[in-house]
Design a protein. Structure first.
Lengths: 99, 188
């Protein structure tokens, strides 16, 4: 599939995407507090995974330009992300309950 | 008959950006890393105290710095594809050089991090946390190196289709890291 200019995200859109990615990394650093070794509250884990999901979606939809692809591919990749996040969250939830 | 042969393509892969072959690689890698993430999370749920003690040896801040470096590199790669369509070869190579330079910076920070962990006596044999840590981050770093080689090759020819294929691989490397960083470094 050869891209033409009209199907690619605009420069403004790419910069906006980069700002969102940096902001979400900032959110991850605040929620995950890299300077503290204590266990995170479950809400902190949820915030980290939501920020990661937003970043992953931006990379897929804008940088990889998958918004131009078919609904099937978009749904498949979104489902892949959702499965990973549910597994990680589920395991973190089990740990939190066992505390 | 000849017309039918010409019509045979890559099926669903034809609607994805870049050469369909790169997507076979990208999907395979996503599944491999998906299994790593699931396995790591299950192991942490089974051994929370041991994982927390080992994770405390990681330099979480360098991981955060590397996240910003790699995401900026991905932005440069996306700019390169647009520049190739809009402004031509020179501008495209400028952005690809930026993407590659930031990729090298990522590897240098990763090397510093590995040296720091080695100085603390942490190796792949230390425990299950560090076995998984080195396998996942090392495998990812190998993909960064492969991505740098691919970016160099596509930059040399600088054809629109090749740039799209090379940058698709680079964004996959980005995508894996944004999931790996919180799962391995931050969740505890």
């Amino acid at each position: 599939m050869t891209p033409d200019l009209s199907t690619l995200p605009s420069r403004r859109h790419l910069w906006l995407c980069w700002v969102i990615l940096m902001s979400m990394t900032g959110v991850s650093l605040v929620a995950g507090d890299p300077t503290d070794d204590r266990r995170l509250p479950f809400l902190g884990v949820v915030i980290l995974l939501v920020a990661a999901a937003i970043k992953a979606r931006q990379i897929l939809w804008v940088f990889l330009n998958l918004r131009q692809s078919t609904t099937t591919w978009k749904a498949t990749l979104a489902a892949f992300l959702a499965v990973i996040i549910v597994i990680v969250l589920g395991c973190a939830g089990v740990s939190a309950l066992a505390r | 008959m000849e017309h039918q042969d010409d019509a045979v393509g890559w099926g669903a892969l034809d609607s994805l950006p870049g050469n369909p072959l790169i997507w076979i690689l990208i999907i395979s890698e996503l599944l491999v890393f998906g299994a790593f993430f699931a396995g790591f999370s299950v192991m942490r749920a089974l051994h929370p105290m041991a994982f927390a003690a080992s994770q405390a040896h990681l330099n979480r801040m360098t991981g955060g710095i590397n996240t910003m470096i790699l995401l900026s590199s991905g932005a440069c790669a996306a700019m390169a594809l647009r520049a190739r369509a809009e402004e031509g070869v020179r501008r495209c190579r400028f952005w690809l050089a930026g993407a590659g330079g930031l990729g090298v910076a990522f590897l240098l920070v990763k090397g510093y991090e590995y040296a720091d962990e080695a100085a603390q006596g942490m190796s792949i044999d230390t425990d299950s946390f560090f076995t998984l840590f080195y396998l996942m981050t090392g495998f990812h770093a190998l993909h960064v190196i492969l991505g740098l080689i691919i970016l160099t090759i596509v930059s040399w020819r600088c054809q629109q289709d090749d740039i799209e294929t090379g940058t698709a691989f680079w964004h996959m490397v980005d995508l894996i890291w944004v999931l790996l960083y919180p799962i391995v470094y931050l969740i505890r």
